[in-house]
Design a protein around this ligand. Structure first.
Ligand code: KG4
Ligand code: ZN
Length: 334
């Protein structure tokens, strides 16, 4: 059958991205313009600034994605876009651009959940087997998602306070690292020769939920105490202690969830999936337990439109199209 080319758009946070994906598997282009340099001096994403930047970039990013793919607009089968969750002003730019494009070319529109995108980033590189368990870890999300069959998601555990990436970035700020702190903490943790002892939030024995704000507060407390004593801690030791605590809980709960729900695979997804310490710990544990572990390459872990194209293809095959009055949904449920 004829190849299905989907033009996908992602603007839920601070990356403006457009991609062309063939048959949900092959990336023909995946243009990502990060605003991180703009937000750095504020120590975090400023929503109003983010949406203005999206407006400036979205047109050339769309053109660039089509040019790089070598695909004519008339060859497209559909236009897909992240409908939510995310920052409303940011989402709106992508949704309006995708609608305008779909309307002008008389193409069907597909709304994609951002987390479904992160999960199906794995479909671009791996063969998925249902049911699987997905550990979604990003700046806005920390979720264990049981995926029984294609597109059927059940969140079995999630953070009760900070997302794991958010905790990384807050601890990064406390350690005076550039924004976003996640990759810097990852690096420091590797360089460490010792680790500060920090608590682990296991919550109730049977819970798959997470909590990271207590850990973040504990980091702030040990930093303050050490400074008051005039014996500042090595940032490497703090980074290592923090990362060890995060990883212990994520790995243990993910493995327990795989066992409990009889998942055939464990998928890692989201920006924090780029964390080397987490990947190594999961690889070791999964090998030990005989659980197949799938993770996307680093470039497909952080926000990008190709993952939206991959998730959109599944909806395309099922004829799950959106109407042109589709709204951006900052709190969209999976
Ligand atoms: O998925 P993503 O690009 O955006 C959201 O949807 O949130 O994830 C961004 C998050 C940031 O919090 C960033 O610090 C974190 O992913 N991150 C990392 C690493 N690389 C990115 N956290 C820990 N270790 C890393 N290597
Ligand atoms: Zn994301």
């Amino acid at each position: 059958s004829a190849p299905v080319y989907i033009l996908a758009v992602e603007t839920s946070c601070d990356e403006t991205s457009a991609a062309v994906v063939r048959d949900g598997r092959e990336i023909l282009s995946n243009v990502v313009s990060s605003q991180v340099e703009t937000h750095k001096r504020f120590g975090g994403v400023v929503p109003e600034v983010a949406s203005r930047k999206h407006v400036e970039s979205i047109t050339w990013i769309l053109e660039e994605a089509l040019t790089q793919a070598g695909v004519q607009p008339q060859q497209l089968a559909a236009v897909a876009v992240t409908q939510g969750p995310g920052l409303v002003g940011s989402l709106l730019v992508g949704v309006v651009a995708a609608k305008a494009f779909a309307c002008a070319l008389d193409l069907p529109l597909i709304g994609v959940h951002h987390i479904a995108g992160h999960i199906y980033a794995n479909e671009l590189v791996h063969k998925l087997e249902y049911p699987f368990m997905a550990l979604v870890v990003s700046g806005g999300h920390t979720e264990l998602v049981h995926v029984e069959s294609e597109g059927s998601f059940r969140i079995i555990g999630q953070t009760r306070d900070d997302a794991v990436g958010e905790a990384y970035d807050k601890v990064g700020r406390a350690l005076k690292l550039p924004y976003p702190g996640g990759p810097h903490i990852d690096r420091l943790a590797h360089e460490a020769t010792e680790a500060v002892t920090l608590p682990r939030a296991w919550l109730e024995p049977d819970s798959y939920d997470f909590s990271f704000s207590g850990l973040k507060s504990a980091v702030l407390a040990v930093l303050n105490q050490a400074n008051m004593k005039g014996q500042p801690l090595a940032p490497e030791a703090v980074a290592r202690g923090f990362q060890d605590s995060v990883i212990d809980v994520l790995v243990e709960k993910a493995i327990r969830a795989v066992r409990k729900f009889g998942a055939k695979q464990l998928l890692l997804a989201g920006g924090v999936a780029a964390n080397k310490g987490l990947r190594t710990a999961l690889e070791t544990r999964c090998r030990h337990e005989g659980v197949p572990l799938l993770a996307p390459p680093l470039s497909l872990c952080t926000d990008n439109a190709a993952m939206i194209g991959a998730a959109a293809f599944l909806k395309y095959r099922r004829g799950q199209f959106a109407a042109l009055d589709m709204k951006a949904e900052p709190q969209l449920k999976l």
